[in-house]
Design a protein around this ligand. Structure first.
Ligand code: PMP
Length: 434
């Protein structure tokens, strides 16, 4: 079977041939690779071609594909049964492991995360975090930032209205205008916009939700002090700060981005690495906030497969394996690859900056580093498609969009990194010729 025939067959029975839109290669063109296996830093497609994987399932695979410790834990869990719809001791162990990792992120001596609730996707985690913030504050409006992605729940698929601090418009067909209008979409890294929104709507704002470091418009780091400013302006106005660590959590450091830049988050959402490649996500907060959730409190949330024992086993094994050496390796691989991308593009004369937040990075095809979504969109994104395809031809699988972060893993050994470096000069020339 070729990738093309696999894609055609899929497209008959699955809309667009994919179960999540960005997989469809719409922005880079061509048929997506249909994968059959992964090992360490590599994935293999239906044609038997092997690629160095710099997508890593969009983040979960901090340890690479099919890590033996994770597989062993999953196999053992599978043998005990797939799902009980009842509590298991391992859910407690996972909550304890996360709380221990976040313990250094304390505010006035008190940990930011004292209790956790496990869910299955990042979308559920942020959706529940928002419901919880609304339940706690008795308010409705939510601030989000343009270019930040928090999953596909209705209220978070919102685009900025015209003018600063106006209520948002639906960003997808099927989202009622009334629901989008519960969201305020503001420019990222712009404290004045946040101040203006609170001046206008202060006593109606339940929460600000922010990616701990933005990585869904390509990577755009928060300006120094921006996240702390969000905490203080939220708290001064009786609102909560939801820090979304679905993508950054347990990847940027043992305690995620908050481990690098602790701020007074009220609710933190997790996904991806916490499930080690299985469907698992979570939210956490101080006890009095979390105890507002059912069955103790009035905020309802539930899930048939929440805390699924196989997913929990994968997550626990991933967190237990991800020691300091793992983070050192991930940081080193990110440094090496991002520096080499920079050099190759310089050598080819392509205007660009490498945009980084910790070990996450992406290319902006423009000379000035953008700090918000409008700025990111000014780049020459058309250069990414030829760059991407040249890398793919050379056996390196990159995210199929200029507006996505590159993900590396601790399994990216020197051999895999060398393959990436060897592919870069020709890809940079392809970007130059675009
Ligand atoms: N929040 C962030 C920051 C994300 O990056 C994502 C997914 N890329 C989500 C939430 C949604 O997670 P999921 O795809 O598991 O629903």
């Amino acid at each position: 079977m070729s990738n093309q025939t696999a894609f055609e067959a899929a497209s008959t029975v699955i809309p667009g041939g994919v179960n999540s839109p960005v997989r469809a290669f719409r922005s880079v063109g061509g048929a997506p690779r249909f994968l059959v296996s992964g090992h360490g830093p590599y994935v293999v497609d239906v044609e038997g071609r092997e690629y160095v994987d710099l997508v890593c399932s969009w983040g979960p695979l901090l340890l690479g594909h099919a890590h033996p410790a994770v597989l062993d834990a999953v196999h053992a869990a599978v043998d005990r049964g797939l799902s009980f719809g009842a509590s298991t001791p391992t859910e407690t162990e996972l909550a304890e492991a996360v709380i221990a990792r976040l313990a250094p992120v304390a505010v006035e001596g008190r940990p930011v995360v004292e209790q956790m609730r496990l869910v299955s996707t990042g979308t559920e985690a942020t959706m529940t975090a928002i419901r919880l913030a609304r339940g706690v504050t008795g308010r409705s409006l939510v601030i989000k930032f343009a270019g930040h992605y928090h999953g596909h729940s209705d209220g978070l698929l919102a685009d900025a209205g015209s003018g600063l601090a106006t209520l948002a418009l639906p960003a997808s067909a099927g989202v009622p205008a009334e629901i989008a209008a519960q969201t305020l979409v503001l420019p990222y890294n712009d404290p004045d916009a946040v101040t203006a929104a609170f001046a206008e709507y202060g006593d109606r704002i339940a929460a600000i939700i922010v990616e701990a470091a933005a990585a869904n418009m390509g990577v755009v780091a928060p300006r120094e002090g921006f996240n702390a400013f969000l905490a203080s302006v939220a708290h001064a106005n009786g609102a909560l700060l939801i820090v979304d660590e679905v993508l950054t959590g347990f990847r940027e450091s043992a305690a995620g981005w908050l481990g690098l830049e602790p701020v007074a988050a009220d609710i933190v959402t997790f996904g991806k690495v916490i499930g080690g490649g299985m469907p698992l996500a979570a939210l956490g907060a101080r006890r009095e906030i979390m105890e507002q959730l059912a069955p103790l409190g009035p905020v309802y949330q539930a899930g048939t497969l929440s805390g699924n024992p196989v997913a929990v086993a994968a997550g626990l094994a991933t967190l237990r394996t991800a020691d300091a050496a793992v983070y050192e390796r991930v940081d080193l691989v990110a440094d090496t690859i991002s520096n080499a991308v920079d050099e190759a593009l310089n050598a080819a004369g392509v205007e660009h900056v490498i945009s980084r937040a910790g070990n996450l990075f992406s290319i902006q095809f423009q000379s000035t580093r953008a700090t918000d979504y409008a700025g990111v969109q000014r780049q020459e994104a058309f250069r990414y498609g030829p760059f991407f395809h040249a890398m793919l031809e050379a056996g390196v699988s990159l995210p199929p969009s200029a507006y996505e972060a590159w993900f590396v893993s601790a399994a990216h050994d020197d051999a895999a990194v060398s393959r990436v470096l060897a592919a870069l000069p020709a890809a940079a020339r392809a970007a130059a010729a675009a």
